[in-house]
Design a protein around this ligand. Structure first.
Ligand code: MOS
Length: 744
């Protein structure tokens, strides 16, 4: 009997190639005849190219060609009625002379070596007509009657005329305005692509990091004017995404365009600085949360208004109240008003908890302010306002054990030792504070196909075109296949990251596990049925024409015979047998329930009373995300999410130079992300209660919901709330840097 690997500590199936350097990321691919492309970018924020002097660059050693608006690549603009991510970028690179943002691609220099291309690119000089870019969020607010974006909500109790009336009638009101600055994904692997066309020039193979090979194919086909079958995307290994690899950016678009025109394979690697501008960033948001409550902290009105950056070149429709403020607490009156502000800035895109991380910082900070205003303990305040149905639409949750997350988190963390009054605990020059906040993220699912193949060599291959961006997706696939087939994980090969595999999940929206697991289960069951069919139909099988054998743990038994699947396949002269399954959530189930994952964060900080320096010293997170498939990967994802929260709360922002549209910290030296010294031991725990509805397979299912983004939601608020408890200073504009705490 093979013990089930589900929920155990399983090493990554791709761990060895990753730590030995054998794993090939996009830019590691080398091909015969490879040419190297380097992008030249605009140095103004808006205007037009008047002239480009290319003579010196063209004469430089090794230069093969320069593409620019006067010698363009014939790239196409996707239709603008496409759903995201088709909306970025809404023009074709190098097709015209317009400058839409600072850092936009204006030319590509191609040479025999990377160094030759880089040096020649530095010789290109460009003359512009410069127009003043609109870059200020506050100065470009849409009018009151401007069409709002998605997800505005208004729920009012009978007899209540408006949210303002509901707030005015509340015994206690908290009103706070928050600013979320521009942030960046900073994935380990810089964006890069290697493109190679076939001899006829009608099919292209692209190695590029991708969060979804199908999304990449879909966007590239629109850029290149090709049918989907003509594009093969391979991303066996991808060095992080956090949202930045959902759309296709100039690395893959230009590499494919240049390789087609040049008739040679082309490698294009963005510089780190280019990744900060040419790849979408997390947009800035100004948002105001107003909470009305009784004196005992029972919510009577909840309002969240947001103005978020939407670049004119397109980007993520950032709606921070969606799936946070519209879902989290019970309230008779709810108002969500979200607007987008169009600016001449580089594109934006979803970044880990794209709406939810900024949204939860605002809501969960405001809830802490309400706890202070009412004198109710922050955990108790959340329990008093616990939603058993979604407040926006009244639907029940598929599975919700958030109350136990609060209780278990408080117990593990030692919340009862907290003192409500700020500055009550000190240790020498350090002020010590504790804070908590809620985590919430949608329990998404999408249609996914998986194939399971049993092989004569006693191994199995589970294939699906999802991407393993470092999240452990390949290992989840292997574990689930091994569990259902009853064989060891090491006997299962997971194939992922290739658009020719069965259509798989995007590694986005925290949905790869929840979407892939049910399809692996069904495909595994189907291949076993096919194996048994083979056993009774093939004349060379010992079960031929007899009673159907029973399958267990990689073996068929019955009628006095026993054989492993490999032995049976060998006996009948087959190399393998395969089954393919597609599952998705039934529309009626999706309609009936609200699917969300939940969690509770608890944080201790120390703030230096002389320098204002904040340090996170303890962190406990307890989540409810259904069944856990791999304890090791789940812990790693949740810890990574909390580290994202540390960055959001204390370090990350890219200041914008309003006059020029320049992002002032668009490089890894100036943009601060947490390093090991910023991160304490993070205690992560989960309830491990299966979601009965998420698989749609009844008792056959495992009940796993996603958790990839969950840890990044609310963790920054827990830190900010702990800073307040330590110092009595409430910072509503992240990051909470020491200068904001100097009055300590
Ligand atoms: Mo993630 S921001 O859902 O790609």
């Amino acid at each position: 009997m093979t013990a089930s690997p589900i929920g155990r500590e399983i090493d990554r199936v791709d761990g060895r190639p990753k730590v030995t350097g054998a794993a090939e990321y996009a830019a590691d691919h080398d091909l015969p005849g490879l040419a190297h492309a380097v992008v030249v970018t605009s140095t103004i924020g808006r205007g037009e190219i008047l002239a480009m002097d290319l003579a010196a660059a063209l004469a430089a050693p090794g230069v093969l060609e320069i593409y620019h608006p006067g010698n363009n690549l014939g790239l196409l603009t996707p239709p603008q009625n496409m759903p995201p991510p088709g909306m970025v970028e809404n023009y074709a690179p190098l097709q015209d002379t317009a400058i839409r943002y600072r850092g936009q691609a204006i030319a590509v220099v191609v040479a025999e070596t990377f160094e030759q291309a880089r040096d020649a690119a530095a010789l290109v000089t460009t003359t512009y007509r410069t127009d003043p870019p609109n870059t200020s969020l506050a100065a470009n607010l849409p009018g009151e009657d401007a069409p709002g974006p998605l997800y505005n909500v208004s729920v009012l109790a009978p007899g209540v005329g408006s949210i303002d009336e509901a707030l005015a009638a509340s015994e206690v009101v908290v009103e706070s305005t928050f600013h979320q600055p521009i942030q960046h994904h900073v994935a380990m692997e810089p964006h890069a692509a290697v493109a190679e066309w076939n001899a006829a020039g009608d099919r292209v193979t692209i190695h590029t990091g991708s969060q979804g090979t199908f999304a990449t194919v879909q966007l590239l086909q629109l850029r290149l004017g090709l049918p989907a079958e003509a594009i093969h995307v391979i991303c066996t290994y991808t060095g992080g995404g956090f949202g930045s690899r959902v759309p296709s950016w100039n690395d893959s678009i230009l590499a494919a365009g240049v390789a087609r025109r040049l008739g040679r394979p082309v490698k294009l690697v963005m510089t780190r600085e280019q990744v900060f501008t040419m790849v979408g960033h997390r947009g800035q948001v100004d948002h105001t949360v107003r909470l009305g409550a009784t004196r005992t902290g029972v919510l009577t009105a909840v309002s969240h208004d947001a103005d978020a950056e939407l670049p004119n070149v397109g980007g993520w429709l950032l709606v921070p109240a969606h799936d946070t403020t519209d879902t989290l607490y019970k309230t008779p009156n709810l108002h969500i008003g979200q607007r987008l502000v169009q600016l001449d800035l580089p594109p934006t895109w979803a970044m880990r908890g794209p709406n939810e991380a900024p949204g939860a910082f605002a809501l969960e900070t405001a809830m802490d302010e309400l706890a202070v205003a009412t004198g109710v303990d922050p955990v108790e305040l959340r329990l008093r306002n616990y939603a058993t149905v979604a407040p926006g639409n009244g639907k029940p949750f598929s599975s919700k054990h958030l109350a136990d997350c609060y209780r278990e988190g408080a117990r593990r963390f030692g919340w009862s030792a907290r003192r409500a009054t700020p500055r009550s605990r000190t240790d020498g020059q350090w002020l010590i504070g504790m804070g908590m906040a809620t985590a919430i993220y949608p329990g998404n699912r999408m249609p996914v196909s998986v194939s399971v193949e049993l092989c004569a060599d006693e191994t199995a291959i589970v294939s699906t075109a999802t991407s393993d961006i470092g999240n452990g997706a390949a290992t989840v696939v292997a574990i689930t296949g091994a569990d259902r087939l009853g064989i060891p994980v090491r006997k299962v090969t997971a194939r992922v990251g290739d658009s020719t595999l069965p259509p798989g999940a995007v590694a986005a929206g925290s949905q790869a596990t929840a979407s892939t697991v049910p399809s692996v289960l069904v495909a595994a069951d189907d291949v076993v049925t096919a194996l048994i069919d083979l056993a009774v139909t093939d004349p060379r099988s010992p079960w031929h024409d007899g009673a159907r054998p029973v399958y267990a743990n990689g073996r068929l038994h019955g009628g006095g015979h026993s054989a492993t699947f490999g032995q049976l396949l060998t006996a009948v002269g087959r190399k393998s047998i395969e089954a393919r399954a597609t599952t998705q959530l039934a529309p009626e189930t999706a309609e009936r329930f609200e699917f969300h994952s939940f969690g509770a964060h608890f944080c201790e900080v120390r703030v230096n009373r002389f320098t204002g320096e904040p340090r996170v010293t303890r962190f406990t997170t307890v989540v409810d995300s259904g069944r856990i498939i791999n304890a090791q990967a789940a812990r790693s994802q949740l810890i990574g999410g909390v580290i994202f929260g540390i960055g959001q709360a204390l370090l990350e922002h890219d200041p914008l130079e309003l006059g020029t549209g320049r992002l002032a910290a668009a490089n890894m030296a100036d943009y601060m992300v947490p390093v090991n010294a910023d991160v304490p031991d993070i205690d992560v725990h989960w309830l491990d209660r299966p979601d009965p509805h998420v698989d749609g397979l009844g008792a056959r299912g495992l009940g796993a919901r996603g958790l990839g983004e969950l840890g990044a939601v609310g963790s920054a608020a827990a830190i900010g709330n702990a800073v307040y408890n330590a110092t009595g200073i409430r910072v509503r504009e992240t990051p909470i840097t020491l200068d904001k705490l100097l009055e300590v």
